[in-house]
Design a protein around this ligand. Structure first.
Ligand SMILES: *Cc1c(COP(=O)(O)O)cnc(C)c1O
Length: 399
């Protein structure tokens, strides 16, 4: 429990910080779900979600978290026994693949480890051996929230197209939508899934599936399809209630409306991407300086493969856990736990911590966060290079 009052900074990689305006948007009486005003607001939200995703095609909204749209995307696209290729760069794509397996699909995984992005050469080699086109889809995450790797989705898409392989490309952008550049149509992504609680600054509870005509065609008449997840009814509703297969998640929608106003109609999407880029650079500058000496390491070494929304940091166990406890109790800062990085020596990933830097954040918050981490390192006696805060402030000052 914190002994230091003042506004607490929750820097876990989701749920992310809710803007006060989003919290206030939730605090109102229930609307009439038959009021045309609500339907109008939802149509505006769908239009705006497509803009954030970079698509002119289809968007469906579900009352669920990210795991829900893992399942929903699969049931709309596949038959039992269909083969998918999972590109693993942490725990999240394999998690999606695990759902496919549980649904009776044939899952093959290419594992790129925990410190590197997908290697397109390896992917190409595997796809070119698939002469009979048995692989129906490639499943990958843009950002893996456990390792903080960022995959080059455009390069993956180009690789698949370069050999005319017909596999669908399905991308999990749950940790990156509204943070990282992503242009669904331009990059030929067929299916993209996301949730409300990370870059979109809205409480957990809404899941999104974006899909194009090719995916819609591929999914026609598949035998895994179930009524609740069926995207046809959601993009082609005869009645308003069919958009959500039941009662609309009214207050989640009020929250999302406000968040999308901020992202698209006030700050602007490209500026939102830019802000995340600058903040990520400031964090990297600090950690690259700290790690010049001693025990600290950024999990992803190559800057081009580092996420702009989350960073995974490696220390000596159990310093990740001790640092988290110290900043929470003494600095009003909650950092993310190490996730899925366990080894035989450190099965619970206590040597790791993560910083969520997605959504409603600005340089002031991040410089405070880095200062609090520095104080925690000092308290714990973590060996490190000096000049990190100067390095971070330099990045900020140059913008
Ligand atoms: C958070 C996350 C999920 C899971 O989302 P839940 O809302 O916790 O079910 C899936 N994939 C990625 C990349 C995530 O970051």
């Amino acid at each position: 429990m914190t002994r230091f009052f003042g506004r607490h900074h929750i820097a876990i990689p989701g749920p992310s910080i809710l803007p006060d305006r989003v919290i206030q948007a939730i605090g109102r009486a229930s609307p009439d779900i038959y009021d045309p005003e609500l339907a109008e607001m939802v149509h505006g939200i769908i239009k705006d979600l497509k803009t954030v995703a970079g698509t002119k095609e289809y968007a469906s909204i579900y009352i669920c978290n990210g795991h829900g749209v893992w399942e929903g995307s699969l049931t709309n696209l596949f038959n039992k026994g269909d083969k998918v290729l999972v590109l693993a760069t942490g725990i999240f794509a394999p998690g999606w693949g695990g759902f496919a397996e549980a649904l009776g699909m044939d899952v093959e995984t290419l594992d790129f480890g925990k410190r590197n992005p997908v290697d397109t050469e390896t992917l190409l080699e595997r796809l070119s051996r698939d002469k009979k086109h048995e692989i129906k889809a490639v499943l990958v995450v843009q950002v893996d929230t456990s390792t903080s790797v960022r995959n080059d989705i455009h390069a993956i898409s180009k690789a698949i197209k370069s050999i005319d392989h017909p596999a669908l490309l399905a991308v999990d952008c749950i940790a990156s939508l509204g943070c990282e550049n992503f242009y669904m149509d331009e990059w030929n992504v067929d299916v993209m899934i996301a949730g409300s609680q990370k870059g979109l600054m809205t409480p957990p509870g809404l899941g999104f599936i974006f899909f194009n005509e090719r995916a819609r065609e591929a999914g026609k008449n598949v035998n895994l399809r179930t009524p609740y997840w069926d995207w046809e009814r959601r993009v082609n509703p005869e009645e308003f209630y069919q958009l959500f297969c039941g009662t609309a998640p009214t207050h989640q929608l009020f929250a999302l409306r406000e968040a999308l106003n901020m992202i698209l109609h006030e700050e602007g999407l490209e500026q939102v991407f830019r802000r995340h880029g600058i903040i990520a650079e400031a964090i990297w500058a600090a950690f690259d300086t700290w790690s010049s000496k001693g025990q600290i390491e950024m999990n992803i070494r190559d800057k081009h493969s580092r996420s702009h929304s989350v960073s995974t940091i490696k220390l000596l166990p159990p310093n990740g856990t001790l640092l988290r406890k110290w900043t929470r109790d003494h600095a009003g800062l909650t950092l993310g736990i190490g996730l899925g990085m366990g080894t035989n020596d450190d099965p619970k990933s206590t040597g790791y911590f993560r910083i969520g830097h997605m959504g409603h954040i600005n340089p002031n918050m991040i410089l405070g966060l880095l200062g609090s981490i520095e104080a925690g390192f000092e308290h714990l006696g973590v060996a490190r290079g000096t000049g990190s805060l100067e390095a971070a402030t330099k990045v900020i000052s140059q913008t």
